[in-house]
Ligand binder design. Sequence first.
Ligand code: FES
Length: 89
Amino acid sequence: MARRVVFHAAASVKLDPSQFPRDEHGNLKPISLCACGVSQKFPICDGTHKRCKDETPGVLYEYDPVTLERREVGVCDVARADASGGSGA
Ligand code: FES
């Protein structure tokens, strides 16, 4: 399970804690940060990761940033990626 994600931003994304969700007592609720790279609300998880669940190990995918259509773009050598810290593509 691997995917290539292209980032165009050249700056950080600020998270304003005053906008974080709170429970009925005013306590901060947990928020989930996207780790799959395909969230439409990156860096906040929006549940789009569910589209990645049936990815085949060893295959490298790309997702269209607008339609989220998935396509295979190669193989992912996990052992090589783990050793180099990269995707292995
Ligand atoms: S982890 Fe990326 S959308 Fe949820």
